[in-house]
Design a binder for this molecule. Structure first.
Ligand SMILES: [Zn+2]
Length: 73
Protein backbone atom coordinates (compact mmCIF):
# COMPACT_ATOMS: atom_id res chain seq x y z
CA UNK A 1 0.00 0.00 0.00
CA UNK A 2 1.21 3.46 -0.88
CA UNK A 3 -0.26 6.64 0.48
CA UNK A 4 -2.20 8.66 -2.04
CA UNK A 5 -1.26 12.25 -2.61
CA UNK A 6 -3.30 14.52 -4.83
CA UNK A 7 -2.77 18.19 -5.61
CA UNK A 8 -5.84 19.74 -4.03
CA UNK A 9 -4.16 21.59 -1.21
CA UNK A 10 -6.50 24.55 -1.74
CA UNK A 11 -9.73 22.72 -0.95
CA UNK A 12 -8.69 20.13 1.53
CA UNK A 13 -10.97 18.79 4.23
CA UNK A 14 -8.93 16.45 6.41
CA UNK A 15 -10.08 14.03 9.02
CA UNK A 16 -9.11 10.79 10.72
CA UNK A 17 -10.05 7.43 9.21
CA UNK A 18 -10.67 4.04 10.78
CA UNK A 19 -7.56 2.73 9.09
CA UNK A 20 -3.97 2.41 10.17
CA UNK A 21 -0.89 2.59 7.99
CA UNK A 22 2.32 1.04 9.31
CA UNK A 23 0.82 1.07 12.81
CA UNK A 24 0.00 4.77 12.62
CA UNK A 25 -3.45 6.37 12.39
CA UNK A 26 -4.32 7.17 8.79
CA UNK A 27 -5.79 10.55 7.92
CA UNK A 28 -7.48 11.30 4.64
CA UNK A 29 -8.71 14.31 2.72
CA UNK A 30 -12.41 14.12 1.96
CA UNK A 31 -11.94 16.42 -1.00
CA UNK A 32 -9.10 14.92 -3.02
CA UNK A 33 -8.51 11.57 -1.36
CA UNK A 34 -4.95 12.29 -0.28
CA UNK A 35 -3.73 10.25 2.66
CA UNK A 36 -1.35 11.13 5.47
CA UNK A 37 0.38 9.65 8.46
CA UNK A 38 2.74 11.37 10.84
CA UNK A 39 5.90 10.10 9.19
CA UNK A 40 5.12 12.11 6.08
CA UNK A 41 7.39 15.15 5.80
CA UNK A 42 4.51 17.51 5.03
CA UNK A 43 1.56 18.57 7.16
CA UNK A 44 -2.04 18.58 5.90
CA UNK A 45 -3.82 21.90 5.93
CA UNK A 46 -7.52 22.65 5.80
CA UNK A 47 -9.13 25.03 3.37
CA UNK A 48 -8.71 27.84 5.90
CA UNK A 49 -5.04 27.05 6.40
CA UNK A 50 -5.44 25.49 9.81
CA UNK A 51 -3.96 22.18 10.86
CA UNK A 52 -6.80 19.63 11.12
CA UNK A 53 -7.82 18.25 14.54
CA UNK A 54 -5.85 15.14 15.36
CA UNK A 55 -3.17 15.92 12.80
CA UNK A 56 -1.57 18.42 15.16
CA UNK A 57 -1.23 15.77 17.87
CA UNK A 58 0.29 13.36 15.39
CA UNK A 59 2.84 15.89 14.17
CA UNK A 60 3.83 16.64 17.74
CA UNK A 61 4.52 12.93 18.25
CA UNK A 62 6.64 12.73 15.12
CA UNK A 63 8.28 16.15 15.18
CA UNK A 64 8.04 17.75 18.64
CA UNK A 65 10.23 20.62 17.52
CA UNK A 66 7.57 21.62 14.99
CA UNK A 67 4.87 22.12 17.61
CA UNK A 68 5.67 25.78 18.19
CA UNK A 69 4.86 26.60 14.58
CA UNK A 70 1.17 25.84 15.19
CA UNK A 71 0.84 28.72 17.60
CA UNK A 72 -2.02 28.87 20.04
CA UNK A 73 -5.58 28.30 18.98
ZN1 LIG B 1 -7.21 17.38 -0.42
Amino acid sequence: MTLKSSPCQDKCNWGPTDEVYEDKPLFACGSCGSQWVRTESWTPKQLDGSVPPGVKEEVIIARPWAAFSFGND
